[in-house]
Design a binder for this molecule. Structure first.
Ligand SMILES: NC(=O)c1ccc[n+]([C@@H]2O[C@H](COP(=O)([O-])OP(=O)(O)OC[C@H]3O[C@@H](n4cnc5c(N)ncnc54)[C@H](O)[C@@H]3O)[C@@H](O)[C@H]2O)c1
Ligand SMILES: [Zn+2]
Ligand SMILES: [Zn+2]
Length: 408
């Protein structure tokens, strides 16, 4: 079968690989009808989240049809349409039972202390082969898969596999109360859903910070108040537009590939800040990878978004971090946060906690997640699609891959 395979930093290929097989009684085998590319995949290819094992199939978003189930999978039939949760949860350990599926004790083959296990991730997460493939083995299928109603299309469902639940989780752990002012940093696909989720939870105002005009335009269409950090200083603008108070809540949807401003009033960096970003870049890139050409260029200021968020927040505000930072990243403006009495919430999404509810909301017509889906491509075009998404090309907000479609 065909699958997108990670070979090295800056090197992914569409390969022919062996068909997956049921290995455990709790596994299912799914024929994927939709997959997608996530910003998290870009961290792995840019090398800013290290530890990928060559040969791992990428992708942690999937929708498909059940082909086969192990003998301990009792809640699905062959032929059922399912959406797959990005993170794997056993459903029976204390963490899963408490809704912390991304901290499952059993899913990660490296043991209970190894942390989140998800499809298509680095060695410490499993690694479990991913979902940018024609078929996939789904561990703990009884919990990791969610049955889809006929009214929810593949295009809608693929957005409920990872990015809508992650965004909803980010807004949920932030504790948004009706009327709150929320600033979302990063307006990629996950950021767009974070804006939508904050609005669903009753936020009074939502600010959206990024520097990519097409992404800010989509945020503005959703009703967010946009700030381009290459045109104005985001901290100054957030303060000024909120009467000098700052947002009650900031949500980081940027992650390690964060940029500093290259133009405008925020572009001038202090010497110390420059040195700090340089040090962070080295820490997160132990292989010393240097990209050639226009693709897989890491962000140049890993902690920039975190710094702006802490600085702009209102006193006693809350920072919710869903942007992914690697295990090697150890800088955070703790002093500034501590002295403002900030609350910090963060983590990998507990997908299974939110997916059934979000699928129901889509079915009920409360939200159409396809507003963010700008491209649908056969999986045979996956590498080009990856490159366009990596470059943040206008019109390449979110890409659905169709594993069963043949190239035109
Ligand atoms: N926690 C989870 O479970 C989970 C799940 C899915 C994705 N994620 C993470 O969410 C993040 C966003 O994902 P995505 O698919 O939208 O990625 P993306 O790369 O498309 O979006 C990131 C956006 O941040 C912007 N940006 C860069 N520097 C910035 C700064 N200093 N301030 C504000 N904006 C800045 C970029 O221009 C880009 O538009 C990634 O880090 C991804 O790994 C986390
Ligand atoms: Zn993801
Ligand atoms: Zn568990």
């Amino acid at each position: 079968m065909k699958a997108v395979v990670w070979h090295g930093i800056g090197d992914i290929r569409l390969d022919d690989v062996p068909m997956p097989k049921i290995q455990e009684p709790t596994d299912a085998l799914v024929r994927l009808t939709a997959s997608a590319i996530c910003g998290t995949d870009l961290h792995f290819i840019r090398g800013t989240f290290s530890g990928m094992k060559p040969g791992t199939i990428l992708g942690h978003e999937g929708v498909g049809v059940v082909e086969e189930v192990g003998k301990d999978v009792r809640n699905f039939n062959i032929g059922d349409r399912v959406v797959i949760c990005s993170t794997i949860g056993c459903g029976y350990c204390p963490f899963c039972r408490d809704g912390y599926y991304s901290q499952c004790d059993k899913a990660n083959p490296n043991g209970p202390s190894a942390g989140t296990s998800f499809f298509g991730g680095p060695a410490p997460t499993g690694p479990v082969n991913g979902l940018q493939a024609e078929y996939a083995r789904i561990p703990f299928a009884h919990t990791t898969m969610v049955k889809l109603p006929d009214e929810v299309s593949d295009a809608q469902a693929i957005l409920c596999s990872d990015i809508f639940p992650t965004a909803y989780f980010g807004a949920d752990i932030a504790g948004i109360k009706p009327g709150n002012t929320v600033a979302v940093f990063g307006c990629g696909p996950v950021g767009q859903f974070t804006i939508a989720s904050a609005m669903l939870m009753g936020a009074g105002r939502v600010f959206a910070v990024d520097a990519v005009p097409s992404r800010l335009e989509m945020a503005r269409k959703q009703g967010a108040e946009v700030i381009n950090f290459n045109e104005e200083h985001p901290v100054e603008s957030l303060q000024r537009l909120t009467g000098g108070v700052g947002p009650d809540i900031c949500i980081d949807v940027v992650g390690v590939d964060s940029y500093h401003a290259h133009q405008g009033p925020a572009a001038k960096l202090e010497k110390m800040q420059e040195q700090q970003f340089e040090q962070e870049l080295q820490q997160n890139n132990p292989a010393g990878y240097k990209p050639e050409g226009g693709n897989w260029v890491p962000g140049d200021a890993p902690s920039q978004a975190l710094q702006w968020e802490v600085e702009s927040l209102a006193k006693a505000g809350t920072l919710s971090i869903i942007g992914v930072y690697p295990l090697t990243m150890n800088s955070f403006p703790i002093g500034a946060a501590m002295n403002k009495n900030l609350t910090l919430r963060m983590g990998n999404c507990n997908h299974r906690k939110y997916v059934p509810m979000l699928v129901d909301m889509v079915r009920a017509g409360m939200i159409d997640p396809t507003m963010v889906l700008t491209e649908q491509e056969p999986m045979t075009s996956a590498i080009d699609a990856y490159k366009a998404f990596d470059e943040r090309k206008p019109g390449w907000m979110k890409v659905e891959l169709e594993p069963q479609a043949k190239a035109a």
